[in-house]
Design a binder for this molecule. Structure first.
Ligand SMILES: [Zn+2]
Length: 105
């Protein structure tokens, strides 16, 4: 997948939006699966996976919202443009690399 940040017009981020929508559906299905599962031996793992899946859904819906309001691709922390190659790896990235590193350090 290639993200062309320079592209303007109606097709902007169409591919990203499609990818994110697909991810959203996948994560939603996983969430339903995890919620419906009843194997108590896996309960601990399932709780961790549920948390991770919910976080993914949050991030994906956040990215979809930023595409809709035109702020997609900008760092939510400092407003800098997130490098396209980073968005290509992580379409729902909301921080530029320096802010992300600061966040973790
Ligand atoms: Zn930043």
């Amino acid at each position: 997948m290639t993200i062309d940040i320079e592209t303007t017009g109606r097709g902007q981020f169409a591919a990203v939006r499609a990818t994110l929508s697909e991810d959203f559906a996948t994560q939603t299905a996983r969430l339903q699966q995890l919620t419906a599962a009843s194997d108590s031996a896996e309960a601990h793992n399932r709780a961790a996976m549920l948390t991770a899946t919910r976080q993914n859904l949050d991030q994906i819906s956040g990215a979809l919202r930023r595409i809709a309001d035109g702020t997609y691709g900008a760092c939510v922390q400092c407003g800098s443009a997130i490098p396209p190659e980073r968005l290509e790896i992580l379409p729902h990235a909301q921080h530029c690399v320096p802010c992300k590193e600061k966040h973790h350090g």
